[in-house]
Design a protein around this ligand. Structure first.
Ligand SMILES: Cc1ncc(COP(=O)(O)O)c(C=O)c1O
Length: 356
């Protein structure tokens, strides 16, 4: 039976990428060595790193002054590292709180500077994106989370501010075009749209660095990682290689413009069924609904478990919502095909027939 993988992350990757990665895990490019057992200083792996870097530059259309880094520690490490590198001693920055991940970013940044809450949707359990933003003078940047993986909301426009932007794009990077020059920093754990877990993509504006007047430990210093081309310490070679393959797949498909069309078609299909079906309702405000992680529930929540079991019987994996929202979450990352959304819609229709 075909499994339709709706996991929130780690999540579905293109089958062709997994196949190639599996081959390379045994014998990379006929070298007789696994990609996981060769030196990161070898000619072969350096070529992988260079290719991965140039694919990020190309797919995201990066301006000149931006550097690409492949780091470890997840997006969670970036919550602290970004503030450490970008907020000066005694400085301040503004943050928008749109959910669990933004809250965590705020908590870490507070260890380093004066953090101003520019907006929050906490009072409605983060079911919308705040539009009115209040930022203090002289803030180093405005931080936001572009897609809220848990609550199923997404910024449809950039936050309305003159401040430089810093963004956690973990769950919607490379799903649409981004005007990178507005940002000093973009970071994303790879394990949704870019590749397997274990590597974090960081895109940083070189001109924003070196202004904090504090000493930064080497491992947490973007400047050090830039100088060492993401090889200050041993990089997660296999994750970077698989991310490179995933980006090649995306490029081949037509890049972010093409994947955006496909993602919009998938989300339109599912949201249409959520709104049409008499048994279901969405949990996020309609105008702020995420293209990546639609969240929804049965109006009669006592039926949630029965529906979840029906979805599992139909080969649908990972539909259970996060405990802070309940209900269901259909994570529909780049590699999920529309055929999988048809399969989910079919289960919803069937359920309506038996219960409606
Ligand atoms: C938007 C967002 N930010 C941060 C994280 C945390 O990422 P990591 O586990 O790579 O630290 C996640 C994980 O799901 C996420 O969805």
């Amino acid at each position: 039976m075909k499994i339709h993988n709706y996991s929130a992350g780690p999540c579905i990757l293109p089958k062709s990428v997994l196949k190639k990665a599996a081959e390379s895990l045994v014998n990379y490019n006929k070298t007789g060595l696994s990609i996981a057992e060769m030196s990161h200083r070898s000619k072969d792996f350096i070529a992988v790193m260079e290719k991965a870097t140039s694919l990020v530059k190309e797919l995201m259309n990066l301006p000149e002054d931006y550097e690409v880094l492949f780091l470890q520690g997840g997006a969670s490490m970036q919550f602290y590292m970004s503030a450490l590198n970008l907020i000066p001693e005694n400085g301040h920055a503004a943050y928008i709180n749109t959910g669990t991940w933004s809250s965590k970013a705020i908590k870490e940044a507070k260890l380093l500077g004066n953090i101003h809450l520019a907006a929050s949707s906490k009072e409605e359990n983060f079911n919308y994106i705040p539009k009115k933003i209040d930022t203090p003078d002289g803030a180093s940047f405005l931080h936001y989370t572009s897609n809220n993986t848990i609550f199923g909301t997404q910024f449809k426009e950039l936050p309305n501010t003159d401040l430089r932007l810093v963004c956690d794009m973990s769950s919607d990077i490379m799903t649409q075009e981004v005007d990178v020059k507005k940002y000093d920093l973009i970071y994303a754990g790879a394990q949704k749209n870019i590749g397997p877990a274990g590597v974090t993509l960081v895109i940083v504006n070189k001109n924003a660095l070196g202004k904090t007047e504090r000493s930064i430990p080497s491992m947490l210093d973007y400047q050090v990682h830039i100088e060492k081309e993401s090889m200050f310490n041993t990089p997660p070679c296999f994750s970077i290689y698989t991310a490179m393959l995933t980006m090649e797949w995306l490029k081949e498909l037509g890049g972010v413009q093409e994947i955006k069309k496909r993602n919009l078609a998938k989300s339109k299909l599912l949201y249409h069924e959520i709104d049409r079906n008499s048994l279901f309702e969405g949990t996020a405000r309609i105008e702020d609904r995420s293209i990546m992680n639609p969240t929804f529930t049965l109006k009669d929540v006592t039926l949630n478990e029965e529906f979840l079991n029906k979805s599992i019987e139909a080969g649908i994996n990972g539909l259970k919502g996060h405990r802070s929202v309940g209900g269901f979450r259909a994570s529909m990352y780049n590699a999920l095909e529309i055929e999988s959304v048809h399969a989910l819609v079919e289960v919803m229709k069937e359920f309506e027939k038996t219960k409606g």
